[in-house]
Design a protein around this ligand. Structure first.
Ligand code: FMN
Length: 770
């Protein structure tokens, strides 16, 4: 497909006209807007046209989280083969220059199709495992410390030039087992490789770039020859040379040469840029910087949030191998995709308050900065380790660091690799804590290898007030213990509260526009397992407790023409927030609130006050029960039903809406009737994991989640009752016995995902994309 041409056959598409919208035609990934902030530059696309064709680039551009992840996940339909192709066509002169150097960059793991890719990846993976990475930590720490020593008393530094470029480069060379030589030259070569692959150099620049890329190629070859003579040493390249001896057909000579050069760039430049982005972001969000200075235990989470918010890999590429659709848009075989993972990471459909830096965000690790699936970045945990060490050293030794004001940040113009070329910081050396206490230079904490645990991310909240809201219901107002605003939330969201020994979910029912406080309403369950009893008996103004979230598995579709809200009892909590939201935006809705007796219906006064005649109160005591069948008798196009309440109400709504369009009904369950697993009734089965190439046996009395965890696969989970949707996994094959209450009818029928905490295989085997 040639750059500049609209890919659509205009004869055939005449009725619809040219599908390239004015914004899509104006899209320029080398323009100032994208270079300054890629996710902001494509916000319009996330909102309006999430998959579009860019005539100037000759690529289809994909910007939403679900679509980008789906593309990463399917590496057969979306081949990685063009990942390192030059995005700007090369001039004849530059090509000749590259030829002169014998430049023959071939397949490396990153741009390789199956079936070749996985066998190589498996053979070359071992040095990246957490057990092996642990050995690199002392070296990373020593280097970081020595580099900080060099400028700690200066009061001003360009962190990129004075630390963040060279330390990751040295670590990369060390990891690869390559002698540490001529850093400055390697830096020049690496930048040339980036511009050569992802940049838009002018014809003259192309020749200079080609010179450097050619020299880089030769340098890689020379080092490789040297290592071949004695490949007994440490590092990935000697390891790969040894692996080649065992499997010469899998790891060829040209392959080794290519991974040698690509490895230097992949292991170093991405980390250097990620570190610069992270420190810049944290210093721009001073309160977050100060929080991690005060509690370094937050650093692993801060790293993850920085990778999400301002990762160093802005976009990646895939080639479409068959006619298909992406996000519902038909995309032809042969089309090239620019998948903007930095945009996916800021997609509000997946990350609440996506533009904000929230180091307690519980789904930050879902970011796609390392890609996803079988091509996910192998060095991700080395990068995480380096970022943790850098942040730890800087926050401990220079907590008073600040950005030099009014500096202009510049970026090497390209589509994919992103980080400021310089990062000037300043501080008062007289206030360096180690001047008063020299032991501060040496202090250190253990680094976490791998992604941070989601369970750890809580913030402390203080109870502001506890008020009676109805019979057996209290309304609790909470504020952050540190007096700062709480994260913003959207209607349908809930938080997790740690209540003594148990953790329980409660929907937010206050006003999302008051970020200083959260409100929840809690019904005392007569058969309480501890949570609601704890709330009623122990929470008083001034009580502090850990809170996680908010998270939202019950999102309001903003496009509906009319909303039918149905709440039963305490199920009013998420529903009232939704009804408030639709009322505020002037939408059309009706609110049905069912209860035993009005005295037991929490928030009823507020409903009456704010929702007037839209409110229909149904109380069994007054004989005004809701007739669910009559309510849903006539399906209406564009109407969405949102309901929360007891199981029987939700079951009745599901039955009464069976003739409605698929997925018109959205429900949230507060409880399940799930039983403990009875091995006399259940059967054992195998789970094949397509991304990691493992098979895990699930015993008759074990959940899939427990079996996965036992095999070392980290799947997040929360309620573990099939209620909350956190432990979802994608299903590649095999019929699932769905036992959760999260998936809709059509989602169950599609058989593409399952909740691993409770659902099982119908037969002997299922395969999951993990
Ligand atoms: N219970 C409430 O009383 N109010 C709520 O707003 C509420 N929201 C919930 C939201 C979700 C997503 C889920 C899964 C449950 C919710 N629950 C709510 C139920 C509580 O989490 C909990 O199950 C209930 O208080 C009983 O717990 P206990 O048996 O430990 O007392």
């Amino acid at each position: 497909m040639s750059t500049g041409a609209c890919p659509i056959d205009h004869g055939a598409a005449a009725a619809g006209g040219c599908p390239v919208s004015p914004r899509a035609s104006a899209f320029d990934p080398f323009g100032a807007e994208y270079q300054a902030d890629p996710p902001a530059a494509v916000r319009w696309s996330r909102d309006e046209e999430p998959v579009f064709y860019s005539p100037s680039l000759g690529y289809w551009v994909v910007t939403r989280y679900d679509d980008v992840k789906a593309v990463f996940r399917d590496n057969i339909t979306f081949s990685p083969s063009i990942a390192l192709e030059k995005i700007t066509p090369v001039s004849a002169e530059a090509t000749a220059t590259l030829e002169r150097y014998g430049y023959a960059m071939n397949r490396t793991l990153v741009n390789e199709d199956e079936p070749e890719h996985m066998p190589r990846r498996r053979l070359l993976m071992d040095p990246f495992t957490p057990q092996r990475l642990v050995h690199h930590e002392p070296m990373v720490r020593r280097l970081a410390r020595e580099y900080v020593d060099r400028f700690v008393d200066a009061g001003k530094a360009d962190l990129v030039d004075e630390m963040l470029w060279e330390v990751p480069l040295t670590v990369a060379l060390h990891f690869l087992g390559v002698p540490e030589e001529d850093m400055a030259t390697l830096r020049k070569y690496s930048i040339a490789h980036t511009v050569n692959t992802w940049g838009r150099p002018s014809p003259e620049e192309q020749v200079t770039v080609a010179e450097n890329v050619g020299k880089f190629w030769q340098y890689a070859g020379t080092v490789l020859d040297k290592l071949r003579k004695d490949p007994s040493g440490h590092g990935w390249i000697p390891y790969s040379i040894r692996a080649q001896r065992e499997h010469p057909e899998v790891i060829t000579d040209s392959y080794l040469h290519s991974i040698m050069m690509a490895g230097i760039v992949a292991a170093h430049e991405t980390t250097a840029n990620a570190a610069a982005n992270a420190i810049k972001l944290l210093l721009e969000n001073r309160e977050v910087w100060e929080e991690i200075c005060a509690d370094p235990g937050l650093i692993p989470h801060a790293v993850e949030e920085c990778l999400r918010h301002s990762g160093s890999v802005a976009a990646w590429r895939r080639l479409v191998t068959r006619d298909t659709t992406v996000g519902g848009v038909p995309v032809p075989r042969g089309a090239k995709l620019l998948i903007v993972n930095s945009s996916a990471n800021r997609d509000e459909r997946h990350f609440d308050n996506a533009d904000e830096v929230d180091i307690r965000r519980d789904n930050a690790t879902d970011h796609l900065t390392f890609g996803y699936g079988s091509h996910q970045c192998m060095g991700k945990n080395l990068a995480r380790m380096e970022l943790q060490v850098f942040l730890e050293e800087l926050t401990r030794r220079l907590p008073h660091l600040e950005l030099v004001p009014d500096q202009e940040f510049t970026y090497v113009p390209n589509t994919s690799f992103r980080g400021p070329e310089h990062l000037w910081v300043q501080w008062d050396p007289a206030a360096n804590p180690e001047r008063a206490d020299p032991t501060i230079r040496e202090a250190q904490r253990p680094v976490r290898i791998g992604e941070p645990s989601k369970k750890g991310i809580s913030r402390t909240v203080t109870v502001v007030s506890v008020d009676r809201a109805a019979d057996d219901v209290v309304e609790v107002t909470l504020a952050a213990a540190n007096g700062k605003p709480l994260p913003r939330w959207t209607p349908g969201a809930h938080v997790d509260l740690e209540l003594g020994d148990v953790s329980r979910q409660y929907s937010l029912c206050g006003d999302p526009s008051t970020p200083d406080t959260y409100r929840i309403a809690v019904l005392r369950d007569p058969d309480s397992r501890g949570g609601s009893r704890y709330v009623h008996e122990n929470l008083r103004p001034g009580t502090t407790l850990p809170l996680r979230g908010p998270r939202n598995h019950f999102r309001l579709d903003p496009t509906a023409r009319h909303y039918v809200f149905v709440a039963g009892g305490i199920g009013i909590t998420p529903i009232i927030a939704m009804a408030d939201d639709v009322r505020a935006s002037g939408g059309s809705y009706e609110l049905h609130y069912c209860g035993r007796d009005t005295s037991a219906m929490a928030l009823l006064d507020r409903c009456r006050r704010d929702h007037g005649e839209r409110l229909h109160v149904h109380s069994s005591a007054a004989g005004t029960r809701l007739d669910v069948t009559a309510l849903l008798a006539n399906p209406a196009e564009g109407t969405q039903i949102y309901a929360c309440g007891p199981e029987r109400l939700l079951d009745a709504l599901a039955g009464a809406s069976a003739h409605w369009p698929e997925d018109a009904l959205h429900v949230e369950h507060f409880t399940t009737t799930r039983q403990v697993l009875d091995p006399a009734v259940e059967h054992a089965f195998d789970v094949d994991l397509t991304d990691s190439g493992l098979t895990v046996r699930v015993a008759a009395d074990q959940t899939v989640l427990a079996a996965l965890r036992a095999a070392g696969i980290d799947v997040p989970s929360d309620c573990e009752e099939g209620l909350c949707g956190t432990c979802e996994a994608a299903v590649a094959d095999g019929e699932v016995d769905h036992r959760d209450v999260v998936l809709t009818r059509s989602e169950r029928a599609a058989n593409t995902k399952m909740m691993t905490c409770c659902s099982r295989a119908c037969g002997d085997r299922i395969s999951l994309r993990l």
